[in-house]
Design a binder for this molecule. Structure first.
Ligand SMILES: Cc1ncc(COP(=O)(O)O)c(C=O)c1O
Length: 391
């Protein structure tokens, strides 16, 4: 029996079935490479689903996390500590708005829960979200998630949430009214297959929400922390939202989420409004600070944009590919045939990890530190698999 099979049967007997049983058990990683329990090597082009921005076992993270572990590991939210202050100040600086304030959580769903609660403190209750969106699995985050398949077993969810078509400003105009507390939108719908709205959509949402005093929240959980070649996925629109939610890449691989409120809404939370025991822990903040510093020092965001261009150019040359969409290193490869799941299986056999968000879309989200030769290997292997379908 292989080690992967042993892991499968142990998973089956000890873990709940909410993810199904993973075929592969990963035991070791280095940069953008990982190894499974049977010693097979993979190029990790999924990065823990857009999370491991510096890949695996990065020396600066090992150093920062170990140093922090030797100094102070957890303090709860009853005390301040240097790393949480530094990270909050850094995030405020990255928003470009000195009137931003940060709340730390541990995940994307929790960051969005915090946004929902903040919006309630405006005195308004209605929330607008978009069809196809994904904001997390907790009851609040699920209530604003526009995917019926994920919601239906858990109804009724929060009331007074309305869904409108994504990338449809006319639909937004019909529902954005003075009674609406918040509209929450992903700058790119990641889980829905890396769906990119038209340039101008987010800007129009900004003017519409400003006109009616509605909070504009951008869920940058998947598109944040350099993933799109910018710190936050909305920045090409040159606008500032009222709320930004973050997780995934923020902690550099450690669990960390954040809800950043900007301007007037930044002071809505008062003592007792919200909290989290682990949110903003010294270890996670140290890891986040080290990741951000590395991305800045090595000018990784500029590189992310260059890699995006070469990936899009080369992958779109394959006749099986309908289009390649996305931004930076969050890319959706749309196939002409409904074979994405099988294609991902073929890539995996050849040592590449990616995932299919549907029958026609393959998503890649490699670590931002992926090397040119690794990008080349991905392009070559993708082509090799494409050829087997083109015969
Ligand atoms: C845009 C977006 N928001 C929220 C979440 C939920 O994050 P988490 O799984 O950390 O709760 C995700 C996860 O995929 C996401 O892509």
């Amino acid at each position: 029996m292989s080690n992967n099979s042993i892991a499968q049967s142990r998973w089956q007997s000890a873990l709940q079935n909410n993810y199904g049983v993973p075929e592969v058990s990963l035991v070791k990683g280095s940069g953008a490479e990982v190894w499974d329990a049977d010693g097979k090597e993979y190029l990790d082009f999924l990065g823990g689903i857009a999370t491991n921005i510096l890949g695996h076992a990065h020396p600066v993270l090992i150093e920062a996390i170990s140093a922090q572990a030797k100094e102070l590991s957890h303090v709860s939210n009853l005390y301040s500590h240097p790393r949480v202050l530094e990270l909050a100040e850094k995030l405020v600086q990255l928003t470009g708005r000195a009137d931003s304030k940060v709340f730390f959580a541990n995940s994307g769903a929790e960051a969005n829960e915090a946004a929902i609660k903040l919006s309630r403190l405006t005195g308004r209750k209605r929330i607008i979200s978009t069809l196809g969106s994904f904001h997390g699995r907790t009851i609040g985050a699920l209530s604003i998630t526009g995917q019926i398949s994920k919601r239906k077993a858990f109804l009724p969810l929060l009331s007074d949430v309305k869904f409108i078509a994504y990338n449809d400003i006319a639909a937004a105009k019909k529902v954005i009214r003075k009674k609406v507390a918040m509209i929450i939108v992903e700058p790119i719908q990641g889980e829905n297959g890396v769906v990119v709205p038209d340039l101008g959509y987010l800007k129009e949402l900004r003017s519409l929400t400003t006109k009616h005093g509605v909070l504009l929240a951008f869920d940058c959980v998947q598109t944040g922390m350099g993933r799109t070649g910018q710190w936050f996925g909305y920045e090409n629109e040159n606008i500032v939202p009222d709320i930004i939610t973050l997780a995934k890449g923020l902690g550099g691989g450690l669990p960390l989420g954040a809800m950043i409120a900007i301007g007037d809404c930044a002071t809505l939370f008062e003592p007792g409004s919200h909290g989290s025991t682990f949110g903003g822990s010294p270890m996670a903040c140290a890891s986040a600070l080290a990741s951000i510093k590395f991305l800045e020092d090595e000018k990784i965001l500029e590189r992310v944009k260059q890699i995006e261009l070469s990936l899009k150019l080369e992958i779109s040359k394959n006749p099986i590919v309908e289009t390649v969409r996305g931004s930076g290193l969050l890319i959706g490869i749309v196939l002409k045939e409904p074979i994405a799941k099988k294609y991902v299986g073929d890539l995996q056999k050849l040592g590449i990890l990616a995932n299919a968000t549907s029958e026609t879309v393959i998503r890649i989200a490699p670590p931002l530190i992926v090397s040119d030769s690794q990008v080349g290997y991905f392009i070559e292997t993708f082509r090799k698999v494409a050829l087997t379908y083109e015969r």
